[in-house]
Design a binder for this molecule. Structure first.
Ligand SMILES: NC(=O)c1ccc[n+]([C@@H]2O[C@H](COP(=O)([O-])OP(=O)(O)OC[C@H]3O[C@@H](n4cnc5c(N)ncnc54)[C@H](O)[C@@H]3O)[C@@H](O)[C@H]2O)c1
Length: 445
């Protein structure tokens, strides 16, 4: 099939590349000239494990191309995917400016294409219930006919995006049109050969499924974060509680890790947008309001511990931060807890030296030259008063502890991700603060 991706970011680029991999011809559209320059020189614009091989292969096969010309891409394609940003608006709702802006352009182009050219418009952007209908209206108002709109929310995880796209747990497609649903099933067939379902539903349910899923996951994390607070008060270990709970098949093992709060480009804005939708429809989701508030407060948990250890005086102290990306295996810095923590440390008079395997370039957009960016994790440690672990990259999990200890001024670690065993840290004589577990020194937090 001939496909167009409108918006070539994390979702558009992965989706476009994976569809090209199954033999489709994909034109990726973007309005960022710098991004297009890079892509047209076969340079990847995001870090995503496994994407490079597919990207280079499909460019070489001429199945994957990039353009700024929306009109040409749309006229050449049977299915047009919207993979556009839906950021948080000032009132907490999803800002649909990008989606509707493109919908207007699509309406004009489809009018020009004429009524003989049937097109399917697929919204992959996370957007509130009713967006599909509003997109259809906007296109119609521009004078277009002979098109259907489908809601096909995306569930890929950054860091595992290729794997998730190639072998999804399920695919959700919502449309009122049988013809559009059939076409979508044909397109997705190669990805569900192991029997995972393509779930057809009405478009409103498809749109809500995406929010319901993300918010449920945000809620699980937040529950564990609050439980971690209780563990600290009563002397329990949240990691043992997690394993005890997670082995119950009704609960499951994933998304139960306590930490320093969820971040990223999706959970914070999706929680906020669902709250907004529920308020608008007088169907208050009180539980999500609590999740949002707890998560906001959560970002302070490490800072409180650091302040308490250093007797409320961080002036002139230097901290090493390991991990900047909002989670491992991505270079995405959107809503990364590291930014909040680092800005607070700087505000309190400390200096920060940071290291992240892939996110340092993107971090510069948020932190500029207010911190020092180190060449590697050990160079980052020199002369620091403590190590602060913010992102649980695998390469931090088994470090050279002797080198770590000798590089720091004092062997003090504040771990926001519980990546080390308590027993080991005790043996190695580190003062080790983690989440929902007793610190390994006599200091209280
Ligand atoms: N990132 C994820 O992990 C993820 C997962 C599932 C769903 N989603 C949802 O998918 C959508 C896209 O997310 P993303 O992370 O890929 O965003 P992104 O910011 O990485 O990419 C969006 C792209 O759209 C481009 N763009 C903006 N306006 C445009 C226009 N008028 N014409 C052409 N291109 C335009 C931008 O330049 C950018 O490259 C959002 O609604 C998001 O909530 C994201």
């Amino acid at each position: 099939m001939n496909l167009a991706m409108v918006g070539t970011g994390y979702v558009g680029l992965v989706t476009g590349t994976c569809f090209a991999e199954t033999g489709n011809h994909v034109i990726c559209v973007d309005n960022d000239p710098k991004k297009l320059d890079k892509l047209n020189q076969a340079e990847l614009t995001i870090y995503e494990p496994g994407l490079d091989t597919l990207f280079y292969r499909n460019i070489a096969k001429k199945r994957l191309t990039f353009t700024g010309d929306l009109r040409a891409a749309v006229l050449n394609s049977e299915i047009i995917f919207l993979c556009l940003p839906t950021p948080q608006d000032q009132d907490g709702s999803a800002d649909l400016r990008f989606v509707f802006g493109v919908a207007h352009d699509l309406g004009k182009i489809l009018k020009e294409a004429g009524s003989k050219n049937y097109k399917i418009i697929v919204n992959k952007s996370t957007a509130p219930v009713g967006t599909w209908e509003a997109i259809a209206e906007v296109i119609k108002d521009e004078g277009a006919s002979n098109y259907d709109v489908v809601s096909n929310p995306e569930f890929l995880r950054e860091g595992f995006a290729v794997e998730d796209f190639m072998r999804p747990d399920r695919i959700v497609v919502g449309s009122a049109s049988k013809a559009a649903l059939e076409k979508m099933k044909t397109l997705y067939e190669p990805f569900v050969r192991q029997g995972n379902p393509i779930i057809e539903m009405d478009p409103a349910s498809a749109e809500l499924t995406k929010y319901a899923s993300n918010c449920y996951l945000a809620m699980r994390i937040t529950y564990m974060n609050e439980l971690a607070n209780l563990c600290e008060k009563v002397g329990a270990n949240v990691d043992l509680v997690r394993i005890g709970m997670g082995t119950d098949s009704r609960i499951g093992k994933r998304f139960l890790f306590a930490g320093i709060g969820y971040g990223g480009s999706c959970f914070p804005k999706d929680v906020s947008a669902l709250i907004r939708t529920s308020v608008e429809h007088d169907a208050g989701l009180k539980i999500m309001t609590a999740v949002e508030q707890v998560n906001r407060e959560r970002k302070a948990v490490l800072i409180k511990r650091i302040l308490s250890h250093f007797h409320n005086d961080l002036k002139g102290k230097q901290f090493t931060v390991w991990g900047l990306a909002f989670k491992p295996n991505t270079d995405d810095m959107r809503e990364a807890p590291s930014v909040v923590i680092i800005k607070k440390l700087l505000e309190l008079g400390a200096r920060v030296v940071a290291y992240d395997p892939v996110a340092m370039e993107n971090a510069k957009f948020y932190l500029q030259d207010t911190i020092t960016y180190a060449e590697d994790e050990y160079a980052a440690l020199k002369n620091s008063d403590a190590l602060v672990i913010v992102t649980e990259w695998n390469e931090f999990r088994n470090p050279d502890f002797d080198l770590l200890k000798s590089s720091l001024k004092q062997p003090v670690i504040f771990d926001g991700r519980n990546i080390f065993e308590l027993e080991k840290m005790r043996e190695l004589n580190f003062t080790y603060y983690s989440i929902g577990r007793k610190p390994t020194s006599s200091q209280n937090y």
